[in-house]
Each structure stands twice: as C-alpha cells, then as structure tokens.
Design a protein around this ligand. Structure first.
Ligand SMILES: Nc1ncnc2c1ncn2[C@@H]1O[C@H](COP(=O)(O)OP(=O)(O)OP(=O)(O)O)[C@@H](O)[C@H]1O
Ligand SMILES: [Mg+2]
Length: 146
C-alpha cells in the first residue's frame, strides 16, 4: 500500500503521516530528509526562500523506496508528482487560512513566504495538481486534532 500525503506547507502532512505510520506500521518517508540525504536540491531560490527541486530526480528516488517497502507513507508537498500507477491513495491536508497563518508565524516564516503559502492554500494548488495528475484524492482537515 502506497499512501502519499500532499498539501501546502504547514497544513499538517508530517503530523498525519506519523500518525498513520504508527497506527498501521507503515514506513514513513519524510521527503525533506530524502532531499537532504540524497542531495536532490539544485540550489536555492533566494526570492522565494525555498530549495529548487528537480521533481524527476525526486520521483526516481521515491520510486526506488516504493519498490523496497511494501507499505509506505510518503510525506511531501511534491509527492503528488509521482505517477499515479505507483500510488494507491493520495491524501491532501488542508486547514483554514487563519490556522495556517498562525502555524507559519510560529515557525517564524517571512511575510512573503507566509503570503505565498496562504495563496497556495487559497488556490488549492496541491489538490488541483494532484487531481490533474490523476490521483484519487481524500481531503483531511487538520484545524483540530484528528
Ligand atoms: N491535526 C492537527 N491538529 C492540531 N495541530 C496540528 C494538526 N496537524 C498539524 N498540526 C500543527 O501544525 C503545525 C504544522 O504541522 P506539520 O509539521 O505536520 O505540517 P507539514 O504539512 O508537514 O509542513 P511542511 O510541509 O513544512 O513539512 C505543527 O505545529 C503541528 O503541531
Ligand atoms: Mg512536514
């Protein structure tokens, strides 16, 4: 079983992924860690304050992990770029804009980065892209503990 969890940064992917992995004894893959470990970052976008990732290279690494692990939860706002044939279920985490702003402020994100992420949540970027990629989607709201 391959579950991917996508969603705007701060909407609760890692929290949910850890919970599912613990409950079902699945392997939790925090893609941020893979990016660092396998040096998949191709530089830094200073303006956007984010790493530049080649999703083709990332997919290659993730597909390898999928082949090595029977049951896996992949946690990343880039996970929905995986081709549909490798994925059984795609969860999109969402929360209210108020909650998201509060969480990102707590992380001390810059004003522009908070704005960018709020916009991504308003436009439902991850969900729209995941649907465009053919994934079957389940939305999980994370405003309150669930
Ligand atoms: N269901 C929930 N109920 C209450 N708080 C939550 C819930 N899910 C997440 N949070 C809180 O929101 C914050 C962000 O959560 P988390 O780190 O899981 O987000 P993320 O989507 O993995 O972010 P990133 O994309 O940056 O890795 C954390 O402080 C966490 O405690
Ligand atoms: Mg996370």
């Amino acid at each position: 079983m391959v579950i991917i969890i996508t969603g705007t940064p701060g909407t609760g992917k890692t929290t949910l992924a850890k919970k599912i992995a613990k409950e079902k004894c699945y392997t939790h893959i925090d893609v941020n860690k893979i990016i660092d470990r396998e040096k998949l970052s191709e530089g830094y976008d200073k303006l956007r304050k984010s790493k530049i990732i080649d999703t083709k290279k990332l997919n290659k690494s993730l597909i390898k992990l999928i082949k090595e692990n029977k049951n896996i939860v992949i946690d990343s706002h880039l996970s929905h770029y995986l081709p549909k044939k490798y994925v059984d279920s795609c969860i999109v985490t969402k929360c209210s804009l108020k909650t998201l702003e509060k969480r990102l402020k707590k992380r001390k994100y810059s004003k522009s980065k908070i704005r960018e992420n709020l916009d991504a949540e308003i436009f439902d970027t991850c969900k729209v892209e995941a649907e465009e990629n053919g994934h079957k989607i389940k939305v999980v709201w994370t405003d309150k503990k669930n």
